[in-house]
Design a protein around this ligand. Structure first.
Ligand code: SAM
Length: 285
């Protein structure tokens, strides 16, 4: 038996040596997960000098070992926070990122004043964007399209888990939702956009996010995003809005490619909460 505070200190040191970016936070989240309590309660237990049972200690040590080997934190807890949801994640699905919450907030703003809006999310992964939007704008009809059967299964699980009524379809988003051509208010899309020869630095991304979720299909990473933008142009009604996430370096190139098609007006680009260029917004002409 060891004290919780001592277990936390050792785990933080191990994660720090392994190069995990936020070792103390991860150590706390994993211990709270083992103890089936909130992070705040676990920290209070540590401050009060409470002990960790051998059984919990062994489980915790195994999880810390896996995290030190750079298995994603969210795969170890089985969940990822996103907007005001707690989503289920694991092997076969892209872990939703906090920076994508910017796109969700922008989409909710673009739906203000639209009475029975239709939203289509292309490349839906875990269902993060359509589910978060449905939670924030219940009057919207929301459809999500995902090509990977594994990711689609996670999205379906998340719809059940959150109790949100979103139409989740399995298929190529580049040809999605023929019956909605010209009828959609907002298309959201966080497509794969990593340039084909750029291998992500973080092992959590390079080894655990599915490659189909990462690579944009060309040297500049924009082939799949532009296929999705072309489909968005078909789906949107005049005055409808496309919101597309992109890499830091794609702000100018994506805007130039969109503007070349002459299908869009009012193009703008928006930073995420860390101040990096992240979301292109364009209105259908
Ligand atoms: C970067 S991930 C984003 C997932 C989710 N939108 C999010 O923000 O967490 C891109 C997703 O697009 C999916 N995808 C790739 N090509 C696709 C296609 N042609 N049609 C539909 N989905 C596709 C991948 O499987 C992956 O789930």
């Amino acid at each position: 038996m060891t004290e919780i505070s001592a277990a936390l200190r050792t785990a933080t040191g191990d994660l720090s040596s392994a190069g995990v970016p936020s070792p103390r936070a991860d150590a706390e989240i994993l211990l709270a997960h083992v103890l089936q309590t909130s992070r705040g309660d676990m920290v209070r237990m540590a401050v009060l000098g409470k002990p960790l049972s051998d059984e919990h200690g062994d489980r915790y040590a195994r999880l810390i070992c896996r995290r030190a080997a750079r298995e994603p934190l969210q795969h170890l807890t089985g969940t990822a926070p996103f907007a005001d949801l707690e989503l289920l994640v694991g092997p076969g699905v892209f872990v939703p990122r906090p920076e994508t919450e910017t796109l969700v907030a922008m989409a909710a703003t673009d739906l203000v004043g639209r009475s029975e809006p239709v939203v289509v999310d292309l490349c839906t992964g875990s269902g993060a964007i359509p589910l978060a939007l449905k939670r924030q704008v219940p009057r919207a009809t929301v459809i999500g399209v995902e090509l990977s059967p594994q990711a689609h299964a996670w999205a379906t699980r998340n719809a059940t888990h959150t109790g949100l009524d979103v139409d989740l379809r399995l298929g190529d988003a580049g040809h999605a939702a023929d019956e909605l051509i010209g009828l959609v208010d907002v298309v959201t899309c966080n497509p794969p956009y990593v340039p084909n020869d750029a291998i992500p630095i973080d092992p959590e991304v390079a080894q655990y996010d599915p490659s189909m979720a990462l690579y944009g299909g060309s040297a500049d990473g924009l082939a799949i995003p532009l296929t999705m933008a072309a489909r968005a142009a078909e789906l949107l009604k005049p005055g409808g809005v496309l919101l597309m996430e992109h890499a830091d370096v794609q702000r100018e190139s994506l805007a130039a490619a969109l503007s070349k098609t002459q299908k869009w007006v009012d193009l703008s680009d928006h930073d995420d909460l860390t101040g990096r260029p992240r979301v292109a917004r364009a209105m259908r002409a």
